[in-house]
Design a protein around this ligand. Structure first.
Ligand code: SAM
Length: 298
């Protein structure tokens, strides 16, 4: 985080997001709304001319008012509409509440969200109300403040979809990319259930795709990724990990997805059935990465 006066103009404050050793992006802090160290992370919320209100944890942009719809719509509606009969959904992480808001647009019986940092929830509700909407007040929703990695190993509950809306694999979020955690998620899934994961930017983070593909591949018979461009997560499209034992679920005909979507009767800003289907199409460099992993796995 550069202090005031270190930006291009005088007296300007900037968030410098160090993405790679040789790459960073800077966002001018037009108005700081909150900044403190929580029990787990450094949390800042500020206003930005292009992104609206922005939340960052440990200097990494988590969500912005302007583009959160892409990420939250894709990580909820793709698995829930592909599943077709999801009633119980688990979100691990998701402190800003955007994932819960989108998931609750479906006729779910129960949504459990396990978020490690209470302050992230409190500050998101206070300063980013447009992202969480009324999610945290929805009677179907239960918010647990706990380590998601421990929850999935211990809970007796079972879920049709597990959404891992984690920070990046550093700090408290690192464990949410481990094989043990994914095994815990598998344990919590009903037969034919689906796990989806925040899986970084393949163009810069090939290792994230490789690791998830290998680790989920040890647990599920059908593993892949779906893609969407989230402007604040620079470097091209973002990958979302996909794991299930029902291989038909990611190959549903677009007409079936469209029928299910029509029943919902909602209008979104990024997701639609055509985008759902297209999101599973991979550029050749990603095809090549996954084919090489398949060959290595023999
Ligand atoms: N959209 C963001 C991204 O793509 O990086 C993620 C947003 S959300 C704010 C990430 C959440 O994961 C944070 O609220 C953080 O506190 C939470 N988190 C990190 N590690 C966790 C853990 N072990 N258990 C539960 N929640 C965790």
């Amino acid at each position: 985080m550069s202090a005031p006066g270190n930006g291009p103009g005088n007296g300007e404050a900037w968030l410098e997001e160090r993405l790679r050793p040789s790459l960073a992006q800077k966002l001018r802090i037009d108005k700081q709304l909150y900044r403190d160290k929580t029990e787990h992370q450094d949390l800042i919320v500020f206003e930005h001319q292009l992104y609206g209100r922005v939340m960052a944890l440990d200097g990494i942009v988590q969500t912005t008012e302007a583009d959160e719809f892409v990420y939250h719509e894709m990580m909820t509606h793709v698995p829930i509409l592909a599943h077709g009969a999801a009633k119980r959904v688990l979100i691990v992480g998701g402190g800003d509440g955007g994932m819960a808001e989108e998931a609750l647009k479906h006729p779910l019986e129960r949504l459990v969200q396990v978020e490690i940092d209470r302050t992230v929830v409190d500050i998101a509700r206070a300063h980013l109300p447009s992202i969480s909407g009324g999610a945290y007040d929805d009677p179907r929703m239960e918010l647990l403040i706990a380590d998601g990695a421990r929850y999935v190993q211990e809970t007796d509950e079972r879920f049709d979809v597990v959404i891992v809306d984690s920070t990046d694999p550093v700090g408290p979020g690192e464990i949410l990319f481990s094989r043990e955690f994914y095994a815990g998620c598998k344990r919590c899934l009903t037969p034919g259930g689906i796990i989806v994961t925040q899986n970084g930017i393949p163009f810069f983070e090939r290792y994230a795709v490789e690791n998830t593909y290998r680790r989920l591949g040890m647990l599920f018979s059908d593993v892949s990724f779906f893609l969407a461009p989230v402007p604040a997560y620079i470097g091209g499209f973002m990958a979302f990990g996909w794991g299930t034992d029902n291989a038909a679920l990611r190959r549903q005909p677009v007409e079936l997805i469209a029928e299910r979507f029509k029943v919902l009767g909602i209008k979104l800003r990024y997701y639609n059935p055509a985008i759902h289907q297209a999101a599973f199409a991979h550029p050749q460099f990603l095809v090549d990465i996954l084919e090489a992993l398949d060959r290595d796995a023999g």
